[in-house]
Design a protein around this ligand. Structure first.
Ligand code: ARG
Length: 586
């Protein structure tokens, strides 16, 4: 439901009546005390149409036939102000209440999209750096789905890299894998704790023990060749790790249709490499197989010298590595093979990836390689959404007190604990589930309220506040409406505008409806967060100014109840897109 479009067409018709044509656009008013919508188009049109802006605005307004929907006025120096008539706004409110999508309309053309927003690495514990992909990705998935796109989400686990060889080399030395390697003892129970200990240890050793590093690289290669017993041990480790990863994602309310990993693209690696070879796109360089992706004009040696006296590159675009000199696959290899695998099914319009901003070059380069080889069809859009870093209050990347990276499981525990404290201080006895919903909701809303690309400060106390622009405030608003509705048998009736407060609510829903589209166009969510918050605060004003349950005038009471129901539906839908749970009570 889009009043803006309707107003635009009324203005355009009027212009037509005047024998003129122009681009009329309408936006929400930035002076809500004066009007609901405004058009600034007369300024731009005035030059073309050779009329002063105010004169043009007045003529357009004068040519609009009397109607039951809007009041128009021309204002100095050339605005057209629009106020929606109370009765029309109330009618729209009734329609919204009956509308399954609370005014959001599915797009005429549905896109087929694959979204890649997991990225957890097997054998390595998830940490703070893995937090934003599932948060942002899940919401974008839901936003696209709301508009009718056909989205498949894939966790795309990191399970084909050096960390596997490192972990196995370490566990082997610790004697944990004797069953596999020495054919001794019983099949071991590999625990998460073992993995959490083995990988960091091995990772440290890698930088100081070249022999260990070499061994790990060799093991990685053996795993990639599916050699026994390396591959068997690997499969076991993967299983343990994936169970934990699934649990973490579930707690974050991120859901994946596919839980595939880099390893699942393995059957497509040789096919992909053949394509590059056949098209003459791959060549050897220092033993490795590479694809040049720099374009004309890129990779130019500058005539300036760097501090070491070497000429530096003006626009360096390094090649994509398909195979390392030892024959091992790298990050780009599996990403390219995955694109080939994903295109097994025809008609994928877009593949969207959500990762941190340090991976820009990797994505740009392997996207180019896929396009050069035709592995991604020409028409297919490859989109990389990059997000900023989560910082601590000191403005530096969020770390533990001792300066280590914070594990995702620890963050979730902190959120539960803090939310629990908060709820207790409000006189509630929260279950773990409720604390999880509030804690995770708070963090998600804090995250999504920022522009995706921007760094933000992880300030959990601020995120958890029950007042202001926070997740808990929105959850609380819904819980409050639930409690009002639970206390009455009044069914609700036709909406009527009795005061400014109801107007503000319906207009806030109109803004919310536009925010979905703006976010869709922009692959962002911050505007949706703001619009949701504005609706909740419009409701709070209404709630504070009206005695809903004790209202004596039955028609009024019915209208109030309908307003409550409408706001609840609009908030629940928006929080659903943000993948924030809405507890029944709080
Ligand atoms: N596993 C990667 C990491 O931890 C993220 C994967 C993102 N997706 C992709 N298709 N490359 O950095």
């Amino acid at each position: 439901m889009n009043l803006q479009k309707e107003i635009e067409s009324i203005l355009k018709k009027s212009l037509g009546k005047m024998g003129m044509d122009g681009n009329v656009s309408v936006s929400f008013s930035n002076r809500p005390e004066l009007c609901d919508y405004q058009s600034n188009s007369c300024f731009a049109m005035s030059k073309q149409l050779h009329k002063a802006p105010l004169e043009l605005a007045s003529e357009i307004v004068a040519n609009i036939p009397a109607n039951r929907k809007y009041d128009f006025s021309a204002e100095k120096p050339g605005f057209i102000n629009v106020k929606v008539k109370d009765s029309y706004l109330a009618k729209k409110g009734d329609e919204l209440l009956l509308d399954e999508m609370v005014g959001v309309e599915k797009h005429k053309k549905s896109k087929r999209i694959i979204m890649d927003y997991g990225g957890a690495n097997v054998a390595k514990e998830l940490h703070v750096g893995h937090l934003r992909s599932p948060i942002i990705g899940e919401s974008l998935n839901r936003l696209h789905t709301l508009f009718g796109d056909n989205v498949t989400s894939d966790a795309h686990l990191g399970d084909w890299g050096l960390q596997m060889g490192l972990t196995i080399a370490q566990l082997m030395e610790d004697g944990v894998l004797d069953y596999y390697f020495k054919k001794k003892g019983k099949e071991p129970v590999i625990t998460l704790d073992m993995l959490n200990e083995a990988y960091p240890k091995a990772n440290k050793r890698k930088s100081v023990e070249p022999e260990f590093k070499e061994k790990a690289a060799e093991f990685t290669l053996r795993i990639q060749r599916k050699e026994s017993p390396y591959y068997d041990a690997y499969k076991k480790i993967r299983e343990v790790s994936v169970a934990q990863i699934k649990k973490n994602y579930e707690e974050l309310n991120a859901h994946f249709d596919l839980f595939l990993g880099e390893s699942d693209a393995e059957p497509y690696i040789s096919k992909a490499i053949d394509i590059f070879k056949k098209k003459g796109l791959a060549h050897e360089s220092e033993g490795a197989l590479i694809v040049d992706v720099a374009r004309e004009g890129e990779n130019i040696l500058s005539d300036k010298l760097d501090k070491d006296g070497k000429p530096y590159l003006l626009n360096p675009m390094p090649p994509v590595i398909l195979k390392k000199s030892n024959g091992a696959d790298v990050y780009a290899t599996t990403d390219i093979a995955t694109v080939l695998m994903r295109n097994k099914e025809k008609g994928v319009d877009e593949i969207i990836y959500v990762t941190d901003n340090r991976q820009g070059s990797h994505f740009e380069r392997f996207f180019r390689a896929c396009k050069l080889a035709g592995i991604s069809p020409e028409k297919q859009k490859l989109t990389h959404i990059v997000f900023g870093t989560i910082n601590g209050k000191d403005g530096k990347p969020f770390k533990t007190r001792s300066g280590e990276t914070i594990k995702l499981a620890d963050i979730i525990n902190i959120l539960i604990e803090k939310a629990s404290e908060k709820l207790k201080s409000n006189g509630l006895k929260p279950s773990r589930e409720l604390a999880l919903q509030i804690g995770v909701g708070a963090m998600k809303f804090g995250d999504l309220s920022n522009t995706v690309a921007k760094d933000y400060i992880f300030d959990i106390d601020k995120f958890l506040s029950f007042e202001g622009k926070t997740g808990p405030y929105l959850q609380y608003t819904v819980a409050r409406i639930n409690s009002i509705l639970a206390k009455t048998d009044c069914e609700g009736g036709a909406i009527k505008i009795y005061s400014e407060d109801e107007r503000k609510i319906i207009l806030a829903i109109m803004k919310l409806i536009s925010a979905y589209q703006l976010c869709y166009d922009d692959n962002s969510l911050n505007m949706l967060c703001s619009a949701t918050y504005e609706l909740a605060s419009a409701f709070s004003t209404f709630y504070n100014n009206h005695r809903i349950l004790s209202e004596k005038n039955l028609n009024k009471k019915r209208a109030y109840i309908s307003i409550c129901k409408l706001v609840r539906r609009a908030l629940v839908q928006a929080l659903g897109v943000l993948a924030i749970d809405v507890p029944e009570k709080m």
